[in-house]
Design a binder for this molecule. Structure first.
Ligand code: FES
Length: 126
């Protein structure tokens, strides 16, 4: 079980600067890349890599609180990470989001290994 002490807050953006239904790719240190999206239903965070192949979901399109993978068009529900159709069959991980004083944070598990090489590359380039 993950407790609050096992997590860390990752600052994403000022809420008012996030365009609606426009994915924001983030590369936190020591964590696989995540995609954060502001929708009419709230702000959601999911792992950035599609569970079907190594593709960045932040390059996809958002509609009706789902993000469509740019490669084979599986749509993932942003609330649950569950794919709505093939070819992907596994859910992407979702992460809690909090908005405090207009600032958007994602709660990430502390010490998670970097399993996505592109996330590490992005971190190194920063
Ligand atoms: S790579 Fe995302 S559905 Fe195939």
């Amino acid at each position: 079980m993950t407790t609050l002490s096992d997590t860390t807050s990752y600052f994403v953006s000022v809420l008012s600067e996030m365009e609606l239904d426009t994915p924001v790719r983030c590369a936190p240190e020591h964590h696989p890349a995540i995609t954060v999206v502001r929708t009419d239903d709230g702000v959601f965070a999911i792992d950035d890599t599609c569970t079907h192949q190594d593709t960045s979901l932040s390059d996809g399109w958002v509609e009706n609180c789902a993000i469509e993978c740019p490669l084979h068009e599986t749509c993932f529900d942003l609330r649950t990470g569950i794919p709505q159709g093939p070819p992907a069959t596994r859910a992407v991980a979702t992460h809690p989001v909090s908005v405090v004083d207009g600032l958007v944070y994602v709660l990430l598990a502390r010490g998670a290994s970097v399993s996505n090489p592109s996330a590490q590359d992005a971190t190194d380039a920063a």
